[in-house]
Design a binder for this molecule. Structure first.
Ligand code: HEM
Length: 122
């Protein structure tokens, strides 16, 4: 079974993505990044991307991730927090550990495309 199938294919991924953004925009650390963002479009693109990177039919038609995040000033902590929310959603949905690890690795590979804020001084 592909990771895509283990996540419940399109339907499972869409449900998880919807819940994921509910939590992200309710998180005070992350909410400001999403002010004025077209959330339905973002949810659709995030779901397409997840379908594609987990072995489902490839049809992501959003911008490349570096371009989409370039001007947002996202820091390492913000990235980690977003990944934490996604992992929590998958745990709550009953997705197995190995599958979650595979999703985490697929997304972790994009860290340098998404994080653009300079490392804060100690
Ligand atoms: C591996 C982690 C991430 C992935 C895979 C990801 C994926 C995406 C995708 C697919 C889009 C849509 C691009 C488009 O519509 O053309 C997007 C946009 C966006 N992402 Fe991420 N993202 C990640 C991390 C983050 C983080 C950590 C934040 C903020 C804390 C963030 C904030 C945003 C915002 C605000 C937009 C909308 C930008 C706009 O419409 O101008 N993302 N992301």
């Amino acid at each position: 079974m592909t990771v895509y199938e283990q996540l419940g294919a399109e339907g499972g991924i869409r449900t998880a993505v919807d819940e994921f953004y509910r939590r992200v925009v309710a998180d005070p650390q992350l909410a400001p990044f999403f002010d004025g963002v077209d959330l339905p479009r973002l949810r659709a693109h995030q779901a397409q991307l997840l379908v594609q990177v987990t072995g489902g039919p490839a049809r992501y038609d959003g911008r490349d991730l570096a371009t989409a995040h370039a001007r947002l000033g996202i820091g390492e902590r913000d990235f980690d927090r977003v990944v934490e929310h996604l992992v929590a959603v998958l745990v709550d949905a009953g997705v197995g550990e190995d599958t979650i690890a595979a999703v985490g690795a697929a997304l972790g590979a994009h860290r340098q495309d998404v994080v653009t804020a300079p490392v804060p001084a100690p």
